[in-house]
Design a protein around this ligand. Structure first.
Ligand code: ZN
Length: 71
């Protein structure tokens, strides 16, 4: 039997400065460049969290170079 472990990748996140507050959000989901904690309204600091990779349902082979010139 093969146990399938989700592949973890380091993801940039924001986490609450308050050590007792466990709130964190993905940087890409943060509402602003310097978000505040939705729970305690405190400041948030950047960090890294290891999360399972998001699996996209459809494959879209894309060249990374295209992103810069898309607009
Ligand atoms: Zn907080």
């Amino acid at each position: 039997m093969e146990s399938v472990k989700p592949e973890l990748s380091p993801v940039p996140i924001w986490r609450c400065r308050n050590a007792e507050c466990k709130v964190w959000v993905r940087e890409e989901l943060a509402s602003s460049a310097s978000p505040e904690c939705p729970m305690c309204k405190g400041g948030m600091v950047r960090g890294i969290k290891h999360l399972p990779k998001l699996i996209k349902k459809h494959k879209s082979p894309r060249k990374s170079k295209d992103e810069a010139s898309a607009w």
